[in-house]
Design a protein around this ligand. Sequence first.
Ligand code: PMP
Length: 443
Amino acid sequence: MEAEHVFHRSTEARPPLAVRGEGIYVIDDRGGRYVDACGGAAVSCLGHGHPAVVAAMAEQARRLEYVHTGFFTTEAAEELAADIAGQCPGTLDRVWFTGSGSEAIEAALKLARQYYLERGDSGRSKVIARRLSYHGNTLGALAAGGSAWRRKPYEPLLIDVSLVDPCFEYRFAEPGESAEAYGERAANRLEQEILEIGPDRVMAFVAETVVGATAGAVPPVPDYLRRIREICDRHGMLLILDEVMCGSGRTGTFLSCEQDGVVPDIVTLGKGLGAGYEPIAAAVCSSEVYDAVATGSGALKHGQTYNAHVIGCAAALAVQRVIREERLLPRVRQSGERLMDLLGQSFGQHSNVGDIRGRGLLIALELVADRATKAPFDAALAIHQRAKAEAFARGLLIYPSGGTVDGRSGDHILLAPPYNVSDGELDMIVDLLGQTIDAVLPS
Ligand code: PMP
């Protein structure tokens, strides 16, 4: 092995060396096989080494590997944008391609700002977002996120974004409060914030449809997002839904918000869009937002070297075709229900499993010190990190998270297996997860 020069995530230990992928497995240089039950960070939605995607990328690379969007468009970008527009509800039909989810959020925020400038409404610059949310690690996206530990070290650098509580029934509903009453209360909190700031100063509300990395697969309660949509409309502001993790089919529909009957003004996609074969993400906007730019200054004042990278677009286009040809969206819904059932059977009564929740194949377990009181574990125990390590030692990849707001959440394990996961593989995941939980929390 060469001398070490990679700046790894942790400077303490070099991670194992991954050399190959095969379906749901990642294989290291010592022949160790890991069941990828989380697709990295909910990315690898077709598993590893799908031949149709690999072939499309190789063919694209042979023909043309790169052009700058300042000079050219490409067939791959045009076809992928048409494909995405065709799958999106409402008038969401203009696609700005980026190389990562964070960049998609940055583009969405800048587009929202420019939308108002084009309309001569320059007073609108304020963004409202939610605590316990994650929109990316670049400074603008980090500012719009509500992950306390990720924000803290950068605090003087972040743009000023107001944060309201998320819609998170398990942690934020009052005892005995119905889902409906809670959803209304959570949505009203947004309106209160808008009124405090001054409605003519707010440009957008940003939220993950299903919260992923920070609170562990939290879907909104029924009607919450519909109310949010109404509030945004009432105050003339844009609704930006971040579906970098939960979109692109992960919850069984192309956009997860289709299941809430809501169409945002801008939606961001990433992760599953390219299934990890290439870094590709997107901000998709409504024709109204696009038209403001098109009939105004005529250009989004933004752009990056790798926007709409042609091999990324070719890969993501192949991914969309595979999802259709292999009829994977209904399969996500079926496998999601099956995984929920299996987890319920195995852990539904476990004294340290407080909640099992999610949508489609984005499912999380929340681990608690006391199931009756929902008391979280002491954060210093880093239970989610221990679970990740114990799972890893058993050849299982799970995505750990440990966000908190006033001690109101804690340790989560996120599962996001590929859309083509087999029943046998789901059984194996639940079995290995059982061994992991027994090792971390012996009862
Ligand atoms: N938004 C959401 C909802 C995410 O889950 C993530 C990544 N975890 C991002 C944005 C940022 O994406 P990226 O890491 O590709 O920049």
